[in-house]
Design a protein around this ligand. Structure first.
Ligand SMILES: [Zn+2]
Length: 288
């Protein structure tokens, strides 16, 4: 007994001081004063720093917000002035509560509507964000923001990944931040239940490619940073999957039969993140 007590008295303080494991957030300066923080090697947060302060695009997960906040302190000693949310999903808005106090939060109007409501998911209810963590500056089509010596463009592209996707263009850096309109190297997730559509998704990608300079850097929500040429290759490769699913559907195959026959086997590598070959078939099937 005495021995056990001794052991406990040694162990308890040790456990108490044990460091919580930190989230890996590899950080790269993509262009002068513009950083990509890759939260848990899964989701992008982009930070622009300068005279006026710090602006970030997306806030990662709720659970990684403290580590993200710390990392942002290494990138810039300036105060956080703006958060921009590219869309509603919790891996892009989850840090709003921890980081958003006293900060202006910008998003598409539908993002505020979504975050302001309680959401029932099966047995669970996800409560509305407190007001300070909801976007307080919203728009429906386009807006411009003069910050750190450049006129940042924010553009809504309807009905792609979700109904309220926005992209940002930083002209001084020649960098586009496109949120989940890019899952670099992978099949994208299309949130049909929240206004997404796989056909419009790639129409929006095409629009982006045609409307920005040919040497633009493209940062997506997931995966590596791309050149605009790589963005185009990704799009062209995935559009071929439309033809495959359409052809098989016209011959009378069901989605289940396509999965059994692995009609998208050629794109096997694209299925190794979040959306598998099977889920991509399910996404496309109703639209082909
Ligand atoms: Zn998303």
């Amino acid at each position: 007994m005495k021995k056990m007590l001794l052991m406990l008295s040694v162990l308890v303080p040790l456990l108490g001081y044990a460091q919580r494991e930190k989230t890996p957030i590899p950080t790269t300066e993509i262009s002068e004063n513009l950083f990509r923080l890759f939260v848990n090697n899964r989701v992008s947060v982009v930070a622009l720093t300068g005279e006026d302060g710090l602006l970030i695009v997306d806030t990662g997960y709720e659970q990684t917000a403290a580590d993200l906040g710390e990392k942002l302190g290494e990138v810039s000693t300036k105060p956080l002035r703006y958060i921009v949310n590219t869309h509603i999903h919790s891996d892009h808005t989850g840090g709003n509560q921890a980081l958003g106090k006293g900060v202006d939060i910008i998003a598409h109007q539908s993002v505020r509507e979504y975050l302001a409501k309680d959401k029932v998911q099966g047995e669970r209810t996800i409560p509305a964000f407190p007001q300070y963590a909801q976007p307080n500056i919203t728009f429906t089509d386009r807006m411009e923001l003069e910050f750190n010596g450049q006129l940042i463009q924010l553009i809504h592209l309807p009905s792609g990944h979700t109904g309220g996707d926005i992209i940002l263009y930083f002209p001084k850096n020649n960098v586009l931040v496109v949120g989940d309109l890019l899952f670099a190297n992978y099949f994208p997730y299309v949130d049909v239940g929240n206004g997404g559509n796989p056909i419009h998704y790639f129409e929006n990608v095409t629009w982006i490619i045609e409307n920005f300079p040919h040497d633009t850097t493209v940062i997506g929500g997931h995966g590596p940073v791309y050149t605009i040429q790589e963005f185009k290759q990704w799009k062209l490769s995935l559009e071929k999957t439309f033809d495959v699913v359409r052809e098989h559907k016209s011959k009378g195959l069901t989605a289940e039969q396509m999965k059994e026959q692995r009609v998208l086997k050629e794109w096997e590598e694209f299925g190794k993140f979040f959306i598998t070959e099977d889920r991509w078939i399910d996404t496309l099937f109703p639209f082909m």
